[in-house]
Write a protein that binds this ligand. Structure first.
Ligand code: MN
Length: 251
């Protein structure tokens, strides 16, 4: 199996070193292509207004001076002349990618870029609470989550979002397949202050995000100490609204 590994925290991130260790248990044919610098929150952005450069860090080991989407896109176009890889894995992100985080996430967007190219893709994130807890749950459980995922045939234009709870590996309760939950970002913190030149600035924070712990969601699973596994699809259409809107425009 040929695997492309990527992330959004940058090629030097500790979570990526862990992903490389884990992926090595599944394949010897691994290609690395990450953003050169941290790109958390980059979403699915593609750099169009400036060139990007491919930096080689070793045999089949590269960084791209751009976003996670740039890294996967460029890797698929330039690093696989003999055909695409069999799998894209993105992570292991330092921080959660739960509920609506998905829409901002560079980690998930990198996996989406694989799914867009019809390659099975998995995003891995370690939930961090209160400033730290390390990657213990991910270290102890990632291989146990990946092995079954690699046995199933993923539907086209889908990807899988995995989050590890913020507890040591021996306190993880198990694995749950769940749907995407809901975060209320309207109350998320924005820090307002004055820069050294006397101008006002704002800095987006991550505190005080309301969590709606509905049954069967990724948020609930993590809150209860389980690993969440959520299949996602690239098709964002809200099908129930098609008829409603079509009726309105038919008047
Ligand atoms: Mn990140």
């Amino acid at each position: 199996m040929r695997i492309l590994l990527t992330n959004d925290d940058g090629i030097h991130a500790p979570g990526f070193a862990l992903l490389e260790e884990i992926a090595a248990q599944f394949s010897e044919d691994i290609t690395v292509c990450c953003p050169a610098e941290e790109q958390s929150g980059a979403g699915h952005s593609l750099t169009l207004h400036m060139p990007v450069r491919l930096q080689q860090h070793g045999p089949r080991r590269f960084a791209v001076t751009g976003t996670p989407t740039d890294a996967v896109n460029l890797a698929l176009r330039t690093l696989f002349p003999d055909g695409p890889p069999d799998l894209v894995i993105s992570g292991i992100n330092a921080g959660e990618n739960l509920a609506d985080d998905i829409t901002y996430s560079g980690t998930i967007s990198a996996a989406m870029e694989g799914a867009l190219a019809n390659i099975p893709a998995i995003a891995l994130s370690q939930v961090v609470r209160d400033g730290g807890n390390g990657f213990g749950a991910a270290r102890g459980w990632a291989a146990k989550v990946l092995a079954p995922l690699l046995e199933v045939t993923m539907a086209r234009r889908t990807l899988v979002n995995v989050n590890f709870p913020p507890v040591p590996a021996d306190e993880v309760k198990g694995i749950r397949v769940v749907r995407q939950g809901f975060h209320d970002y309207s109350r998320g913190a924005v820090v307002e202050s004055i820069d050294p030149r006397g101008r006002k600035y704002y800095w987006f924070g991550l505190e005080d995000i309301e969590q709606t712990l509905d049954r069967g969601t990724d948020l609930e699973a993590i809150n209860e100490g389980f690993i969440s596994v959520t299949p996602l699809q690239l098709d964002l259409t809200h099908y129930p609204s098609i008829d409603t809107l079509a009726e309105r425009f038919a008047r």
